[in-house]
Design a binder for this molecule. Structure first.
Ligand code: DX5
Ligand code: ZN
Length: 224
């Protein structure tokens, strides 16, 4: 694995939804901006949709990473690529034709990513790994920010990293949920290279300093 470094993606779920542009400016040290789209059906929470994502893509100087927690991503995910997202993640438990959808996203110039919930295994997807640019391992049950990190997901991250390394792929591993300067060390040690953090970044007095600290701690243990 060459040239892979830790990237930090603040989740705007913990930003001020009435001051999104201001809050985007407060995380200028980040590598990506993580936008959680929830539909009140796939998860018991409702956030925002394509029109707001489109505006975020227009004003953000960082690439926008959209995490869809919605039913029927086969129908809706391409709209987010069209809106300007650099990467789109859909949940394996919600999609019907993940390979077709991944290919459609890639054709649109958007990186394709699938997400798995804590109780879902990643091994069944090993045969289709090369269809994806990134795999998202949830380290909380999806739906809400500020939940406690599930360290029992680290075996999954390790097995996935081993498989990616064994096959010489350059697939990124993203972890999402409960990431802070402490747990950053643990996820990087397991082999994750894209760290989403919501409350740990936007809940901090200085969000950019929190991003720097998470990146620094993760960099100390990152297992390529
Ligand atoms: C949860 C979302 C996360 C959330 C993470 O369903 O997918 O992106 O914002 O928030 P923290 O970092 O506070 O756990
Ligand atoms: Zn997310």
């Amino acid at each position: 694995m060459t040239g892979m470094s830790i990237r930090i993606a603040p989740s705007i779920l913990s930003a001020d939804f009435c001051n999104l542009e201001r809050d985007l400016q407060r995380v200028s040290h980040a590598d990506l901006v993580h936008v959680d789209v929830m539909d009140h059906h796939f998860v018991p929470n409702l956030t925002l949709g394509e029109p707001i994502v489109k505006r975020i893509c227009e004003v953000s100087t960082l690439p926008v990473d959209v995490h869809l927690m919605i039913e029927d991503p086969d129908r809706w995910a391409p709209d987010f690529a069209q809106a300007g997202a650099k990467s789109v993640s859909f949940h394996m438990g919600a999609t019907h034709a993940p390979v077709r959808l991944a290919r459609q996203l890639r054709t649109m110039g958007c990186q394709a990513c699938f997400a798995v919930r804590p109780a879902e295994p990643v091994e069944p997807m090993f045969d289709i790994l090369d269809e994806f640019d990134m795999i998202l391992i949830m380290t909380v049950e999806p739906g809400f920010g500020g939940q406690k990190f599930l360290s029992n997901q680290m075996g999954k991250v390790r097995r996935l990293r081993d498989e990616i390394t064994r096959r010489g792929l350059d697939t990124h591993i993203q972890v999402d949920g409960g990431v802070n300067p402490e747990t950053a060390r643990v996820v990087a040690d397991a082999g994750a290279d894209v760290l989403v953090a919501g409350s740990a970044v936007f809940g901090a007095e200085n969000p950019n300093a929190a991003i720097d600290e998470i990146r620094e701690r993760a960099g100390q243990t990152y297992r390529k």
